[in-house]
Design a protein around this ligand. Structure first.
Ligand code: 13P
Ligand code: SF4
Length: 303
């Protein structure tokens, strides 16, 4: 029996649901029950009623959010080493230090953070709702971490002062995208629309016709009249974009735009994770209760 069939059989036997992030390998996206951006996957995980196992094909912080939001379910991360380096850039000490310096400023944390950090946040956000979350706060100065680029972008959009914690948190994958590459691609595809993730640099964001989360880019590509798109985000998204828009053309803004952690999950590992029910992601309830509040507050904001 081929691996796909084995996975589907195990999935049925064990009442499992497979959630995959838009950056996962094509074969993982294809076998998943649901593919989405980080807020969509969190929402899906929190609303899951029927499944007993949630297999989260993504990176650590996303699986942690699922475990926080739906503690009754067993959440599995198929690759133990799949950790988002940006989420590792912020520590609890750093948040506490910043809070001491700016006691009146609310703390907004990107979901790309560890659960212990979320427990110190007033509210979480993703790239799909960061602007609306910050707008919803009754404060002009906000502590925001860990992505400095997203902080800059939200500040531009809201006119509020965002103090980045740490001073220079960034995504090593989105850092690779450079405006020079877009300029060259624009010479080859002059009518192409440029879509960029807000984790990219300010210079890169300036090249964009559209800035948004991975799923927002999918929506934009579907609704836009453009026939060609230059895509400034992790290459995994191009699989979904091409699948959903077979008549349109998608070119990655930089060939090396790969998140190695997102690519750690393979079909083999997915199969083993389901078979052996590993690796279980659990967050101690004391931390989870506080982090849950910050995540739930995010869901209350209309975006
Ligand atoms: P999205 O929420 O846009 O899918 O982004 C998650 C992420 O990790 C981007 O690098
Ligand atoms: Fe983290 Fe960047 Fe990978 Fe997203 S693309 S998971 S922010 S390292």
């Amino acid at each position: 029996m081929d691996l796909n069939k084995k996975i589907l059989q195990l999935k049925k036997e064990k009442k499992a649901v497979i959630l995959a992030h838009n950056y996962q390998r094509p074969e993982i996206q294809d076998i998943a029950d649901y593919t989405g951006d980080s807020i969509e996957l969190s929402r899906k995980a929190s609303q899951e009623k029927d499944a007993e196992l949630i297999v989260f094909s993504a990176v650590d912080f996303m699986a942690e959010s699922a475990a926080i939001l739906n503690p009754a379910k067993k959440v599995l991360l198929p690759s133990l080493g799949a950790r988002c380096p940006m989420a590792q850039m912020l520590t609890v000490d750093e948040i506490l230090r910043a809070k001491k310096q700016h006691p009146k400023a609310p703390v907004v944390l990107y979901v790309n953070t560890l659960a212990v950090c979320k427990a110190e946040a007033d509210v979480c956000c993703t790239s799909a709702n960061a602007v609306e979350v910050v707008k919803s706060l009754d404060a002009d100065t906000v502590l925001f971490g860990p992505d400095k680029n997203l902080a800059e972008y939200v500040s531009e959009k809201t006119g509020k002062k965002l103090i980045p914690i740490p001073g220079n948190g960034f995504c090593p994958t989105h850092l690779l995208f450079q405006p020079e590459d877009v300029k060259v691609l624009k010479m080859q595809h002059p009518n192409a629309a440029v879509m960029v993730h807000p984790e990219c640099s300010n210079e890169m964001r300036k090249t964009a016709d559209f800035i948004g989360s991975t799923s927002r880019m999918c929506k934009y590509a579907k609704e836009s009249n453009a026939r060609k798109f230059i895509v400034g985000t992790e290459e995994g998204l191009l699989h979904r974009l091409r699948k959903e828009n077979p008549e349109k053309k998608f070119v990655i803004a930089y060939e090396g735009g790969v998140c190695p952690n997102m690519k750690l999950t393979t079909l083999d590992r997915l199969y083993v994770a389901l078979r052996d029910e590993k690796y279980i992601v659990k967050v101690p309830e004391k931390t989870a209760a506080k982090a849950r509040k910050a995540l739930e507050r995010m869901f209350e904001v209309k975006a």
